[in-house]
Design a protein around this ligand. Structure first.
Ligand code: ZN
Length: 673
């Protein structure tokens, strides 16, 4: 599970201070116990405006923008360098091809002509199944990056088998929709219905731009097919239920449990004909989608596939396609007024295609060995503090403690960048072929995933690039990635009191460690096997405390008509709470018995909590915030800052009294880890 969902969705311009080595100026007109988030962030919130190409603004967004600028510099220097490595040349060619709009205009739809011809040649269910199979890509990741959506009929994820973590298994996920979730097709809430009403005209426009006749009628039929797919789809909350998702199907099971698709053709074209077993994450959806292959008219499928292929290629097509894509997916769906500059989109797609090649150059330039060592020392302290917390839990039996500590002991922590990089030598990148490059990169990634099947599991592999401003827990691998781009100011800063690093980066590290022990992570044992290692009474206590936390979050209302769903944000809230508590302990341990230094009149404890609340400062447009409350597993930033309400030390640090608005009685405070 990631630290944030929206961290690098869209790039932005930094607005206010970068807070360098100074403590933030608190808003002394407020009582810290009444509105701690505003007390710490008042000045920033007043000074900050959300840029027009963004739906929100925060420290992580500011850092993502910085990472983009640095990456552009690296690419531009590489393009000038005659001695650049083969990988560096690929990066430059990929980016420059994307930036070469004149060539893109000239090529038009030519780069996807072979795909469109293949679709036009579909004449029966067998050839339809073959085309659907040939489109299968490794484009989802359920448990690490929580990438759940694919515009292909199904998505492939190759990861450790949940029953036998010594080997890789192919996971299949539902897909095929043009809008991001089944709710957009089926939900009758006015805001959702308004977006849906614009989708069919959008499809018609795309088909029309491609010179396809009868576009309006075709768009209506495509929408109807997608709506049937959406009806077959599982809801998001079900998709997160790992036990329900762990369905092992033999190759033969597909023919009997999910008739319709010609699976022989499908798997052969998808490069998986040798595979005897799969994990089917949403079995109902696979059955439903396969049945549609048999029941829906072939011509509708061909129109649908044509639309999907053009939409998928749109970022690399002429301007008219790019603009129409932003109209629907940018302006209509997220309320963002202005598209990102082309160069920022160029960096984003280069990072998707050649992320490790970019990351290798990025880490070499922007992540000093001393900072890597400092971060590793901090991680070490966090793990030691977590281990002590387990020892001190009064509700947990010794047997369960031993298993929890065994799990903690095997955690594989990656700091800054991976030990080994992806080898891109088999990836063909050509100057002046933006779309071809992108499609070949997707095939390369899929082949790289398929090639893992049958090989030993590599727990050192990363799922995030070093230039990503985020962090991630890989629950099945019992591993964690802390990319270089988040290990820097304002989260991690060698030029300020160490306590402030513990309040921000320490809490982030603690958060990710805690994911191994949240309501989802706690289901995997120290080998990564999906297996209940808890004594029943311990698990019952854990569940009860978790539910108390869920109820606390149910009370938060960002808008009078919209409250948080405590259950939906529970895993992340547990991780926030445990992460903060363990970061506080780790900081105390790091003092080695010495008194905490006072800075600018703030005690060590005060600096710690101020730094924590500061790391959550953010501004979000109302439609985007509403969408986050409805769909995201993370609570909005302000409520994540309010995690302090459960920590006794915060009450002491700021002399918080029962009359204060954020006050919780000792019994109301939730303690889990
Ligand atoms: Zn998280």
């Amino acid at each position: 599970m990631k630290y944030r969902s929206f961290a690098f969705a869209i790039a932005l311009v930094a607005a206010a201070d970068s807070s360098g080595g100074n403590l933030p100026v608190v808003d002394t007109s407020l009582q810290p116990g009444d509105a701690f988030y505003q007390y710490v962030n008042g000045a920033w919130l007043k000074a900050t405006e959300i840029p027009a190409d963004r739906s929100s603004m925060s420290d992580s967004a500011m850092l993502s923008e910085q990472a983009d600028r640095r990456t552009r510099e690296i690419i531009q220097e590489t393009a000038q360098n005659k001695n650049a490595t083969a990988d560096a040349k690929k990066i430059a060619d990929f980016y420059n091809a994307f930036m070469d709009e004149a060539t893109i205009e000239k090529l038009g739809l030519e780069p996807i002509a072979p795909q469109l011809r293949e679709i036009a040649a579909i004449r029966d269910r067998k050839t339809l199944s073959r085309v659907l199979g040939s489109q299968l890509r490794a484009d989802v990741d359920v448990l690490n990056n929580t990438d759940l959506d694919t515009d292909k009929l199904l998505g492939l994820w190759v990861a450790q088998d949940l029953d036998d973590p010594s080997r890789y298994a192919p996971f299949l996920l539902q897909g095929g929709l043009g809008m991001p979730d089944r709710d957009y097709y089926l939900d009758d809430a006015p805001a959702t219905a308004a977006i849906r009403a614009k989708y069919t005209p959008h499809l018609a426009k795309v088909l029309g731009l491609a010179g396809i006749k009868d576009a309006d009628a075709k768009a209506v039929r495509i929408f109807e097919l997608e709506k049937r797919m959406a009806t077959a789809h599982s809801a998001r909350v079900e998709t997160f239920d790992v036990v329900k998702a762990n369905n092992h199907w033999s190759r033969k099971d597909f023919d009997t449990k999910a008739p319709g698709l010609d699976w022989q053709e499908y798997f052969a074209a998808g490069g998986l004909s040798g595979q005897s077993e799969f994990i089917v994450w949403q079995p109902g959806a696979v059955t439903g989608l396969s049945a549609l292959v048999a029941s829906q008219p072939l011509e509708t499928w061909k129109d649908y596939l044509t639309a999907r292929v053009i939409e998928h290629a749109a970022p690399y097509l002429p301007k008219a396609f790019v603009d129409e894509r932003f109209e629907f997916y940018g302006r209509t769906m997220s309320g963002t007024p202005k598209p990102r500059d082309r160069w920022k989109r160029g960096i984003a797609v280069t990072n998707i295609a050649l992320g490790d090649a970019v990351g290798k150059l990025y880490a070499a330039r922007y992540f000093a060995p001393a900072e890597k060592a400092r971060a590793e020392a901090m991680v070490h302290n966090l793990i030691a503090a977590f281990s002590r917390r387990i020892d001190q839990l009064d509700w947990m039996a010794p047997e369960t403690k031993a298993k929890a500590k065994a799990k903690l002991a095997v955690l594989k922590i990656g700091v800054g960048y991976p030990d080994r990089w992806i080898d891109y030598s088999a990836l063909d990148i050509r100057a002046g072929d933006a779309l071809g490059n992108a499609l070949r990169a997707e095939q390369f990634e899929t082949q790289r995933s398929r090639a893992k099947l049958g090989k030993p599991v590599d727990r050192a592999e990363w799922v995030m690039t070093p230039q990503t401003v985020n962090a991630v827990n890989l629950p099945v691998m019992n591993a964690m990635n802390f990319p270089a781009a988040i290990l820097q100011p304002p989260y991690f800063d060698p030029n300020r009191p160490g306590v402030m690093d513990y309040g921000s980066m320490g809490a982030i590290i603690g958060h990710e460690i805690s994911h191994s022990f949240d309501d989802q992570g706690a289901q995997f044992d120290s080998t990564g096997k999906l297996h209940n290692w808890w004594k029943p009474e311990d698990f019952a206590h854990f569940k009860e405390a978790s539910q108390k936390l869920a109820k606390q979050y149910d009370q938060y209302r960002p808008f009078p008509d919209l409250a948080l769903n405590g259950q939906q944000v529970l895993s992340e809230s547990i991780a926030d709470l445990a992460g903060l508590a363990v970061a506080y302990d780790a900081w105390q341990l790091s003092l080695n018995g010495k008194a905490a230094p006072v800075a600018d009149g703030f005690s060590g404890d005060q600096q710690f909590f101020i730094s924590f609340a500061q790391s959550w400062r953010a501004k979000t447009r109302e439609p985007a915030l509403r969408q986050q409350v409805i769909t995201d597993g993370h609570a909005p930033d302000e409520y994540r800052a309010d995690t302090i309400r459960n920590v006794d030390a915060w009450y002491r640090a700021f002399d918080v009294k029962p009359a204060n608005k954020l006050y919780l009685s000792t019994e109301q405070r939730v303690r889990i880890w």
